[in-house]
Structure formats: structure tokens, C-alpha cells
Design a protein around this ligand. Structure first.
Ligand code: ZN
Ligand code: ZN
Length: 141
């Protein structure tokens, strides 16, 4: 018995993990599904991901993975899926370059803000004890 036993993330069955991330049954199913997807795209070049999902029953993530792996380029079809933010066609990741840059900039801005706030807080003396004014009047039981 080589290989560790693992629960299949798709059906939960135990299987011997030998460089695979799912059990042989699911792997087989996925291969069939990939075949269906390729066949569908071959017949309908230019089909969009949601359409393929609907027509083949394949999971969107499977199709996206196939796009990233260049499975459609292999059959001479350029496939893309929409950026999750703006809908621009992309072939890798979740967001287009533009949205990635935007998020990076936003992140940087919030980080800078947080750093500034931290610096401000550091220079200000802690007002924890001195702000008990008005408080403590109604601490009767
Ligand atoms: Zn499985
Ligand atoms: Zn985008």
C-alpha cells in the first residue's frame, strides 16, 4: 500500500492519493465532463462559459481550469471567461489586469491609511484612563 488514504473532495469516498486530488471515480467523471465540454466548444466555437455550463452540466471552475490549461487552444479555439469585477474577457485568474491593478492600488491606499492611523495613535497619549469623565456615575446596582 503506497499512497496515503484521503477523502475525495467531491464525493467524500476514501481513496489512495497518488498525485491525484480526487478519487478514480470522480476523476473518470471529470474526464468525461471535459470531453463533453471540448466536444461542445468544438461544435459551438465562441460559446460563452455560462452557456457551456448550462449545456454540458460541467462546473464553471472546471471550464475555467481548462481555459487556463489551454485545452481549447489545443483545438484551435480561443476561449475566455469574464473578469469577476468588470466582465472583461480573461484567460487566467479571477480578474483582468486592470482590476488587479485597481485592487492593488486600493490595497496600497488602505495600507497607507492604516499606517498613518497607527502613527497618529502612537503619537497620541492613550486616553483610556482620563476619559472616565461622566462615566462611573451610574454604576449603582
Ligand atoms: Zn470522488
Ligand atoms: Zn476587470
Amino acid at each position: 500500500m503506497a499512497g496515503k488514504l484521503k477523502n475525495c473532495p467531491y464525493c467524500g469516498k476514501l481513496y489512495a492519493e497518488i498525485g491525484r486530488k480526487m478519487c478514480p471515480d470522480c476523476l473518470e467523471k471529470e474526464r468525461e465532463m471535459e470531453g463533453d465540454v471540448v466536444a461542445y466548444v468544438r461544435e459551438h466555437p465562441g460559446a460563452k462559459v455560462p452557456e457551456i455550463v448550462e449545456e454540458t452540466g460541467a462546473h464553471e471552475n472546471l471550464i475555467k481550469r481548462m481555459i487556463r490549461e489551454g485545452r481549447f487552444e489545443q483545438i484551435g479555439i480561443k476561449m475566455s471567461y469574464p473578469c469577476e469585477k468588470c466582465g472583461a474577457p480573461i484567460v487566467t485568474g479571477k480578474l483582468c489586469q486592470k482590476c488587479q491593478d485597481e485592487i492593488k492600488n486600493e490595497l496600497q491606499a488602505t495600507q497607507e491609511k492604516a499606517m498613518k492611523a497607527k502613527a497618529m495613535a502612537a503619537t497620541k497619549p492613550k486616553a483610556a484612563k482620563s476619559s472616565s469623565r461622566g462615566q462611573g456615575m451610574h454604576t449603582k446596582f
